[in-house]
Ligand binder design. Structure first.
Ligand SMILES: *Cc1c(COP(=O)(O)O)cnc(C)c1O
Length: 382
């Protein structure tokens, strides 16, 4: 149908298939190659064996809703009522799609920072809404936006702004000042903020993740979204959640109940346990990821890429021009044959691909020996 015509197979599926077919090292799709905390995995097994195998309540198991609310209070000082202000979803992806479908009328505009996570564009299209990109550009070694461009993007039809920080694929973690700029526009123009915070615990160099909902006047207009996949290295569990004022959560749940009705029960119990008991594991994982980031950054620099230091996420954004290449999509398709490695061409995450034509994204959430072997192979480009 017309609304979805521009969306084929996602680039992640395409590149992972290419990696499998060519036997390449997959630094494309961002999934870890090690498991999450052992006790959490045991909890999931116990839940399956213990009979937690029928439909849980639509909004999610009370156990997980309470654990999410406690986590928000403990980490950010944000109070959410687990009965009315927390909704469990099938990953952050469903939460984002349900939020956009629930809150946007056809023709409404949604501001997105580009490069954007690809499901945003599809969700906006499904709602019959219109995306208004604001481009993140390198400035002093990190990607950021021009406040004037953001202000100009907000017009009479703007309904919502989608904010992803820590940001995939650039690795930017918005500063308090940048978030203040976004918050001011939301308050002045009466916009809803939909925040994708799936990398909330994966920040580096002491950089702090600040949820937009903690800024003055923002809790009441923010749909705060996160999930277990990245925090606990279980991207296959697809267990996420929405925290927002009751009327907003109610609207999202109305849509969610007809997308999936509810999310799988065993994972919910295991994630509730992990949010309460495994945050030390997450701290150790964060430190390990920072070392992996440094390892892959050093390797990519030695090959000749221009490398942008990510302050968070699983990803390093690179500029391919110093190596004599111009088009990231062309290079990504040739990379298996040239070097036996797969990466993601960032240009597919822009409305106008020419704006991101020379970038390639590499994932570093992989075993050290995998990173080292990928770098060894990439030396063939130098
Ligand atoms: C991985 C990712 C998601 C998807 O999260 P799920 O919980 O697996 O649905 C959403 N947004 C961003 C930016 C991501 O990188």
């Amino acid at each position: 149908m017309t609304r979805m015509r521009e969306f084929g197979t996602t680039v992640f599926a395409e590149m992972t298939r290419l990696a499998v077919e060519t036997g390449s090292i997959n630094l494309g799709q961002g999934f870890p190659d090690t498991d999450g905390p052992e006790r959490m995995l045991e909890r999931a097994v116990e839940a399956v064996r213990g009979g937690w195998n029928q439909y849980p309540p639509g909004p999610g198991l009370p156990e997980l809703r309470r654990a999410v609310a406690e986590h928000r209070a403990r980490w950010y000082g944000l109070e959410y009522d687990p009965e009315t202000e927390v909704l469990v979803t099938v990953g952050a992806t469903e939460a984002i799609t349900a939020a956009i479908l629930a809150l946007c009328e056809p023709g409404d505009e949604v501001i997105v920072f580009e490069p954007y996570y690809d499901s945003y564009a599809a969700a906006i299209a499904l709602a019959g809404a219109v995306r208004r990109p604001v481009t993140l550009r390198p400035d002093a070694g990190r990607f950021t936006f021009d406040p004037d461009e953001l202000a100009a993007a907000a017009g009479p039809r703007t309904r919502a702004i989608l904010v992803n920080s820590p940001h995939n694929p650039t690795g930017t973690v918005f500063t308090r000042e940048e978030l203040e700029t976004i918050a001011r526009i939301c308050r002045d123009r009466d916009l809803i903020a939909i925040t994708d915070e799936v990398y909330e615990h994966l920040t580096f160099d002491g950089v702090e993740h600040v949820p937009l909902a903690t800024l003055p006047g923002m809790r009441e207009r923010t749909v705060m979204i996160s999930s277990a996949g990245k925090t606990f290295s279980v991207t296959g569990w697809k267990t996420g959640w929405v925290c927002a004022p009751a009327p907003l959560v109610g609207a999202v749940q109305t849509v969610k109940q007809f997308l999936t009705f509810t999310a799988s029960a065993p994972w919910q119990l295991a994630v509730a346990y992990a949010l309460r008991e495994e945050m030390d594991w997450v701290a150790a994982q964060r430190a390990a990821l920072e070392a992996k980031r440094d390892r892959l950054m050093a390797g990519l620099k030695s090959v000749g890429f221009e490398v942008f230091t990510p302050a968070g996420t699983y990803f390093i954004q690179t500029d391919i021009r110093p190596l004599g290449f111009a088009d990231g999509h062309e290079l990504a398709l040739r990379l298996p044959e040239l070097a036996g490695v797969v990466a993601i061409p960032t240009q597919v995450f822009y409305d106008d691909p020419s704006r991101g034509r020379h970038y390639l994204r590499f994932a570093f959430c992989k075993k050290d020996e995998v990173i080292d072997e990928a770098v060894r192979r990439l030396q063939r480009l130098a």
